[in-house]
Ligand binder design. Structure first.
Ligand code: NAD
Ligand code: 89V
Length: 339
């Protein structure tokens, strides 16, 4: 067996804990260093995962450590400088979503890592959730024939603000944070998009951004899809954090219903994700996808292949986010080629 890759995680906040649990479960990697500018989070996380070498400053870490890869788990404002620093240091990179604050930054980040000849993957994990993955495999196998309609829907009243208070503060909220995942699922299922039209609303008065968005996508394949998301939906039972899917094709239809129930051609298949030892409900669906995407990253490095959710691929998802905001702001259809 080849030697595990040496990695470092930058950002020891809310979500990085999942990434660190997943790394601990993957024999192909070992996390040898941690970085966070918050000393309390850094010390607590280092002690939780038994990681001895810690840094408050990423630049110092890149000088001091011999790394194969870095896993950037900070919020979006720091992504461009950290990705460029990693490219300069000549290491493979994983960067959390949203990959960048705008298309200019995103393109520069992709170019920097490509110039370094290293692998860049965006931690765009929703398309790696096992139930969603099963639906993607069915569509890609052609079982439904030519797909002409799809819907990817995420509607919830779950309090995401207690774990991630910054989500209530930004001018942008649901499309940039959550819609980005469901738009990416739509791309994985139906292919790239040529134009979109979107509406947004803010229902919760105590946050700054939009918490409801509805997006109509025209895919290059000819399929039309609706991607809708809401954190203002009081529903019983609560379905957080499930993405519900409907697809119509020329040979058949399917639905991924609440409770991870796949309904296809009159049959029901239970796609409930496993509860990993370190996971907790209702997050276990997302937590499993973290393990799967990080395993995919290691497999791609070993094979010298581009990750499915590479930085370059993610430019298309990010463009959809930008197009949705532009469409909603100007009440018009946006052609993706203009971005
Ligand atoms: P958080 O605020 O809890 O944690 C971020 C940490 O990064 C903080 O501890 C902060 O001190 C540190 N940090 C910021 N800039 C830094 C820098 N330049 N150098 C060193 N440390 C720095 O945020 P979070 O909720 O963990 O979210 C982190 C990212 O993960 C966000 O981009 C968010 O959108 C994403 N996220 C993804 C998923 C998913 O399923 N893929 C789920 C939740 C959050
Ligand atoms: O997956 C995420 O990016 C999270 C959440 C599911 C809460 O939207 O921020």
């Amino acid at each position: 067996m080849s030697k595990p890759l040496n990695g470092a995680v930058i950002g020891c906040g809310f979500f990085a804990q999942n990434q660190l649990h997943a790394w601990a479960a993957l024999p192909g990697a070992q996390i040898v260093a941690l970085c966070d500018r918050d000393p309390v989070r850094l010390a607590e996380t280092a002690s939780r995962f038994g990681i001895v070498r810690t840094y408050a400053d990423a630049a110092e870490m890149f000088v001091a450590e011999r790394l194969d890869f870095v896993d950037i788990a900070t919020t979006v404002a720091s992504h461009r400088p950290l990705v460029e620093m990693a490219a300069q240091a000549g290491v493979h990179v994983i960067c959390q979503k949203p990959f960048a604050a705008n298309m200019t930054d995103a393109r520069a980040m992709v170019a920097a890592v490509e110039a370094a000849g290293k692998t860049l993957m965006v931690h765009e994990n929703f398309r790696w959730q096992s139930a969603v993955r099963r639906v993607i495999e069915i569509v890609r196998a052609g079982t439904l024939g030519e797909v002409f309609f799809g819907r990817v829907s995420f509607r919830s009243g779950f309090d995401v603000f207690s774990g991630q208070p910054y989500l209530a503060e930004g001018k942008r909220f649901i499309i940039e944070d959550l819609g980005i995942h469901t738009l990416d699922i739509a791309r994985a299922l139906f292919g790239d998009v040529i134009r979109t039209a979107a509406t947004t609303r803010r229902i919760n008065p105590s946050i700054n951004g939009e918490d409801v968005a509805t997006m109509l996508l025209t895919h290059r394949s000819g399929a039309t899809s609706v991607v809708d998301c809401s954190y203002a939906t009081k529903r019983i039972p609560e379905t957080f954090p499930e993405s519900l899917i409907e697809i119509d094709g020329t040979l058949g239809s399917l639905r991924l219903d609440a409770g991870y129930q796949l309904v296809m051609q009159g049959c029901v298949e239970d796609l409930s994700p496993p509860l990993l030892a370190w996971a907790s409900r209702p997050w276990h669906n997302i937590q499993e996808s973290v393990l799967i995407i990080q395993r995919h990253f290691l497999e791609c490095i070993a094979a010298g292949a581009a990750p499915e959710t590479s930085g370059r691929d993610n430019l298309q998802t990010l463009a959809l986010v930008e197009a949705a905001y532009l469409s909603a702001a100007e009440a018009r259809t946006v052609d993706l080629a203009t971005l």
